[in-house]
Design a protein around this ligand. Sequence first.
Ligand code: GRF
Length: 214
Amino acid sequence: MKTLAILISGQGSNMASLARACLEERWPARVGAVISNREDAAGLALARELGLPVHVLPHAGFDGREAFDAALARQLDALGADLVVLAGFMRILTDGFVHRLEGRLVNIHPSLLPVFPGLGTHARALAAGVRVHGATVHLVTPTLDHGPILAQAAVPVLDGDDAARLAARVLRAEHRLYPTAVRWLVEGRVRVRDGRAEVEGVDAAQRLLWEATA
Ligand code: GRF
């Protein structure tokens, strides 16, 4: 049985989809804690409703990134977290923290990486005029929004889209994509070779999710 820690800063909808999938699909895992760096994160109430243990570690109380990441690492160690899942966790992590968790730290980013790393991805996709947008699940490396790609979800950009409509379409796809990819990690199927992820028993088509609906 693996222990997952899910890190959030906001509404926590990906956290909820992961926690539900873990339970309903009977993963060999449990959510040991939902940790937020913000006490006003709406996702905390959702986590409590789901009966998940909740911890708040407000970053404002720490003198710099190193100190915050050290406290976070201690909390993850105390939980015995095997896998650390970033789900809208709005903090840049230090290299030391990332290296310690190599292969066990996963993120979802709302674009088809390597395009549009960073913030404001939906508005940037619209401004660029791309026809396809989406989300990426990747292992975390010290470079922001970078790292071996486990799976991607693609959605169309439709007439009349604004950033909010496009974001909602991507988020719906994220809720299917993230549990799929995290489950592969839980099942120990992921290997990294030459900077690229390989997923045992999973073919290329299964690592791409198409979400054609509006
Ligand atoms: C998602 O779009 C995710 O890709 C990004 O932050 C957002 C979090 O949404 N990293 P939620 O808090 O899971 O609802």
